[in-house]
Design a protein around this ligand. Structure first.
Ligand SMILES: *Cc1c(COP(=O)(O)O)cnc(C)c1O
Length: 364
């Protein structure tokens, strides 16, 4: 599959016709960890599964194509993808990062900072971020839209500012997925995803991806991944391919549902503010009375109280005690992640059932 086809076609065809030996339509799962060499000094291209596995390699072809990138690697989780991307930079590298981040990324940055591995400077807004990039900066890191405040950053502008100072831009594209955003053609040097979320889409596989167009970066990523071993298993690679086939349909339906629910939420007096960018399935909202949050959550029946996002089932998360619990309260409050905020990941259910559920839980 090459980039000459449109996104929906590349996705629907994930992994098909990859097995020339049998003509199997669906990609086979290769569990073998080792591969027979045809003769001394020769290789089939596969030696040991930590280095390269046929099922993972088939998946990685689609991952590169959908992000319009030359190279992709599949890892064991979104966090391992982020760690892989950062660890190609030297000790002491200087990071400028957007403040509103996935809590687990913040936790890791914080740990690395206290070990002296990196220094990290945070910026609350895009203009603060652009101003913080200096000649010393090595890495600029953003999620767009941000999590959970749903603020968009202009990737092309940030990429240009980073490159003008000789820094590399890393973008976490988990929330929009390639359906709404391709950071590589906009100038990002490395794109990471928690593929656990929209890419896999069914809340049953933990996975991460790292993509790049830069061969020198890819070579370092590949070397480190082979060395440290946080690769995606063959079975999980298959599940991720299975999920990718319907990514476009799922994302479009989630957007359609989310738009309708945003309109509805805005009519409720119990809802103080709704944060939504206009596309994707992620909605954050602030409630008028924060003491009602446990009741609201306990009343929901269709929408499940659980952390994570991007699956076919709608979930509600309380970032304060779940995804963002590791961010100290004073830091959270300083950038607007207040205790009255709930986050919804809207799935593909019938929107009337979702609306009814929210009405029963939030209705005056
Ligand atoms: C979930 C998430 C991660 C971490 O991914 P895992 O697959 O849970 O390790 C990173 N970034 C964002 C934006 C996420 O939502």
């Amino acid at each position: 599959m090459t980039n000459e086809y449109k996104l929906a076609t590349i996705l629907a065809h994930t992994g098909i016709k990859s097995d020339e030996a049998t003509g199997a339509l669906a990609a086979p799962i290769h569990f073998s960890t080792t591969y027979q060499h045809p003769e001394f000094g020769k290789s089939t291209g596969f030696d040991y599964t930590r280095t390269k596995n046929p099922t993972r390699a088939t998946l990685e072809k689609t991952l590169a194509a959908i992000e319009q990138a030359d190279y992709a690697l599949a890892t064991s989780s979104g966090m391992s993808a982020i760690v892989l991307a950062f660890e190609i930079f030297p000790v002491g590298a200087k990071v400028v990062a957007a403040r509103d981040l996935y809590g687990g990324s913040f936790r890791w940055f914080n740990d690395k900072e206290s070990e002296g591995r990196f220094t990290v400077e945070y910026a609350n807004t895009e203009s603060d971020l652009l101003a913080a990039i200096s000649d010393d900066t090595d890495i600029v890191y953003i999620e767009t839209p941000t999590n959970p405040l749903m603020v968009e950053f202009d990737i092309a502008t940030v990429a240009k500012a980073a490159h003008d100072k000789g820094a590399k831009l890393i973008v976490d594209n988990t929330f929009y997925s390639p359906i709404y955003q391709n950071p590589i053609p906009l100038g990002a040097d490395i794109v990471v995803h928690s593929a656990t979320k929209y890419l896999a889409g069914h809340n049953d596989v933990l996975a991460g991806i790292v993509v790049t167009n830069d061969q020198a970066i890819y070579d370092k990523l590949f070397y480190n991944l082979n060395t440290t071993g946080s690769t995606l298993s063959p079975f999980d690679s298959y599940l991720l391919m299975r999920g990718l086939k319907t990514l476009k349909l799922r994302m479009e339906k989630a957007t359609e549902n989310a738009r309708e629910l945003v309109t509805f939420l805005k009519t409720l007096p119990t809802v103080k503010e709704v944060l939504y960018t206009g596309k994707g399935g992620m909605i954050s909202f602030k409630v008028a009375d924060e003491s009602k949050i446990p009741t609201i959550i306990n009343r929901l029946e269709v929408i499940t109280f659980a952390e994570s996002l991007g699956g076919v089932e709608s979930l509600i998360t309380y970032p304060r005690t779940q995804t963002h619990a590791d961010i100290p309260e004073d830091v959270r409050l300083s950038y607007g992640l207040t205790n009255d905020l709930l986050r919804l990941s809207i799935g593909i259910e019938d929107v009337d059932d979702l609306k009814q559920d929210l009405k029963a839980a939030l209705g005056a």
